[in-house]
Design a protein around this ligand. Structure first.
Ligand code: 5GP
Length: 120
């Protein structure tokens, strides 16, 4: 699928410094910050700095360096926040069926409470 990226989306504005954010970790290619409407005690969003709409868009177009940086940033955030022992969840919504609100790739890191079973 050919994705077109809207550079007026809220995360693009965060990356340009036009909107403040509660940064947890910034790397060469990625930014991790706290969700403005947390659904769990720990709710952090991790985004690539590049203009990617969804996970598949990113996976098909990003460089190996961007992909490695992104995956390692997720791991580093989990380590920093200390969620490995109790468990945590990673979610990425893509497109209409998943009700993606912001059209810039993000993964949600959720933790800090029992999250329940998501899939039956
Ligand atoms: P989606 O539904 O696209 O997977 O999730 C988008 C997430 O972005 C939501 O959890 C929402 O609370 C969060 N969000 C929307 N606008 C902002 C914002 O301006 N700042 C931060 N930190 N999070 C936001």
């Amino acid at each position: 699928m050919a994705y077109s990226y809207d550079d007026q989306n809220i995360f693009a504005k965060i990356l340009r410094g036009e909107i403040p954010n509660d940064t947890v970790l910034e790397t060469e290619h990625s930014l991790a910050f706290r969700d403005i409407r947390p659904q769990a005690p720990l709710h952090i969003l991790v985004i690539p700095k590049g203009a990617y709409v969804t996970f598949d868009h990113f996976a098909q177009n990003a460089s190996d360096a961007e992909i490695a940086d992104y995956v390692r940033t997720v791991g580093k955030v989990c380590e920093m926040e200390g969620v490995e022992a109790d468990g945590w969840r990673l979610i990425s919504n893509a497109g209409e069926n998943a009700v993606q609100e912001v059209p810039h790739l993000h993964v949600h890191i959720l933790g800090g409470r029992a999250l329940g079973r998501m899939l039956e």
